[in-house]
Design a binder for this molecule. Structure first.
Ligand code: PSV
Ligand code: MN
Length: 429
């Protein structure tokens, strides 16, 4: 289903074009005074992409309740359909990151073809060993890759090997491993032996990685283990990645740190030691809130991109981070949240491109803290909305993705095709 054909988008863009052109010209003149060529920045914006999490297009939930929206996608094909709608309008989300077994199908070549026909491809595959599956021969109640039970560990290893196999069938090149392993009571887990078991299992998965694949480890300080988690922070993460080998790197999910953690500095360290796998973008106020990217702390997101652009410009060794959104949308239409979030991450990238790096470096050398900070602020306070709009227009997307999306009544149109599966239960995504 391709309800957003080019004519529809072009028609809907018409009324806004004049204003965008005027804002763009004014910004171009302003940037010229700062020795920045706006055309180069637009080209960078058009080259930017961030993957969508297949699970993000369904309504999320909390431990208390889930309030499903209209026309929820019921399987991976419908999730891909929704992802295609997002990409058509924002033109910077061409990849989908699947989660197995949630997205398991009988015929992966059919899925790959279908996804390709929507102009999308598959990015990193994620393995779910944090939930028991019906009929499974072992349980993850006390962990998966680090469980004291060999059976549970074997089941988790087998599942990850399957994820690689399925990933190959859909054209993926990367496996992301996040485990819910940890403990809820002091003393319940022997920290060292638990991590030894985890590494032992991970080595078996690493050994099965095809040559051109990468593996990402995701750390998280709490949940579902509320006393400890096996990969609690970037320190343990990078140690494990180093132990496993060059193909294994550390993934940063913004919500997986203690409040006020200096995440941009973690990013700088991971880049320096060639271990930055990429990101799960989201925002948070208190914990792993999985809120929309840039909705709470856009300056932090900008500072992260400041490190990324710095690494891009100085061509840092082994630097090719993967970008992905990982959010839970509890009260909004996930399609709308994902469109806004993708554009907000893209905005942070663009703003970081505007930092006068030579000046910044000079202020750092001369210890002029105030001017160094002001240099970042000058970039951050620039309104680059017209650059984002122009990038979308030139790539065939919508000037204003939300209004174009709303005017099409997409969810209403497909509601009968996608009847509710019922169930108001709580649910994690
Ligand atoms: C865990 O909270 C996490 O961030 C991991 O990336 C999982 O794969 C995803 O969320 C599942 O909801
Ligand atoms: Mn994540």
């Amino acid at each position: 289903m391709n309800i957003f054909n080019q004519n529809f988008i072009a028609e809907s863009n018409k009324t806004a074009l004049e204003a965008v052109n005027r804002d763009y010209d004014a910004l171009g003149a302003h940037l010229e005074r700062r020795n920045i060529d706006i055309e180069e920045i637009v080209a960078k914006a058009q080259g930017f992409s961030i993957a969508l999490p297949s699970w993000g297009v369904g309504t999320g939930g909390t431990r208390f309740a889930r309030f499903p929206g209209l026309a929820e996608p019921r399987n991976v094909f419908e999730k891909v359909e929704d992802c295609a709608v997002i990409n058509q309008l924002v033109q910077c989300t061409p990849a989908v990151s699947p989660h197995f077994p949630w997205d398991k199908v009988d015929d992966f070549s059919e899925l790959r073809e279908f996804t390709g026909s929507k102009g999308l491809y598959f990015d990193a595959v994620n393995s779910n060993t944090f939930q028991d599956q019906v009929g499974a021969y072992a349980s993850y109640k006390f962990g998966s890759l680090s469980n004291t039970s060999q059976e549970s560990r074997e089941l988790a290893i087998e599942h990850n090997l399957k994820c690689i196999e399925w990933g190959e069938l859909i054209g993926s090149k990367s496996l992301t491993v996040w485990v819910g392993d940890g403990s809820n009571h002091p003393g319940a887990a022997h920290f060292t032996r638990q991590l030894e078991r985890y590494l032992e299992s991970m080595k078996q998965i690493y050994a099965a990685l095809p040559d051109d694949w990468r593996m990402s480890i995701e750390h998280k300080m709490f949940e579902p283990g509320f006393y400890s988690t096996v990969i609690q922070d970037w320190g343990t993460n990078i140690l494990c990645a180093l132990e496993l080998g060059d193909k294994c790197m550390s993934l940063v999910d913004l919500g997986h740190h203690a409040p006020n953690t200096n995440i941009e500095m973690i990013v700088a360290r991971l880049i320096q030691f060639k271990k930055l796998a990429g990101f799960h973008f989201n925002d948070s106020k208190y914990g792993d809130d999985d809120l929309d990217s840039g909705s709470i702390n856009p300056y932090q997101q900008f500072l992260i991109f400041n490190e990324l652009v710095d690494a891009e410009y100085r061509k840092a060794d082994s630097f090719s981070p993967m970008y992905m959104l990982d959010q839970s949308h509890n009260v909004t239409d996930p399609i709308e949240s994902l469109m806004v979030s993708a554009a907000e991450v893209q905005r942070s990238y663009i703003l970081a491109l505007l930092v006068d790096r030579e000046a910044l470096s000079g202020y750092q050398e001369s210890n002029d803290a105030l001017m160094a900070s002001n240099t970042l602020k000058l970039a951050y306070n620039t309104d680059v909305s017209s650059i984002l709009s122009m990038a979308r227009i030139r790539s065939g997307g919508a000037v204003d993705p939300i209004s174009t999306y709303r005017s099409a009544n997409y969810k209403k149109q497909i509601a009968t095709k996608r009847p509710s599966l019922g169930g108001q239960s709580s649910g994690i995504v």
